[in-house]
Design a protein around this ligand. Sequence first.
Ligand SMILES: [Ca+2]
Ligand SMILES: [Ca+2]
Length: 186
Amino acid sequence: MGLNDFQKQKIKFTFDFFLDMNHDGSIQWNDFEDMMTRYKEVNKGSLSDADYKSMQASLEDEWRDLKGRADINKDDVVSWEEYLAMWEKTIATCKSVADLPAWCQSRIPFLFKGMDVSGDGIVDLEEFQNYCKNFQLQCADVPAVTTLSQTEGKVTSTSTATRKLYYRLLTSPSADAGNTLMGQKP
Ligand SMILES: [Ca+2]
Ligand SMILES: [Ca+2]
């Protein structure tokens, strides 16, 4: 069974906002370099040099893994069509966060660090607003969005909540709480 339009729209979102950082319509290593730059700007002093080193190593691994799975014609470019085809295959068998491709799972801590600029393990309203602003997300109703993400965050830990929301963003066939990571209400 193929993906529905809603799933495709969300996957396009992850392509545009989390991966194709230079907005040229495809994913290349350049985009990962731009990601590093963006995280440095967004997080200012909160990440150490060691953090950046491990981020770079992890991004290199991510790119290798993503390319290995998606770059069908081996041109070192992951096109939108290739990315979508990878997700069609993945979602057909995926049951939990643990089934997501490795590159995709290692993305989660960076996503979370990108939001939790103060580094206290909780994404507060101001941080969420900044995250939306920095990534040019539409967040017309940010308080509603954060209340929802934080309700989950208080039950367990916020990074656990982010993992769940991320999984739902990537896989769920209909609108649900995972939409909050796109800066939108479910
Ligand atoms: Ca690109
Ligand atoms: Ca390709």
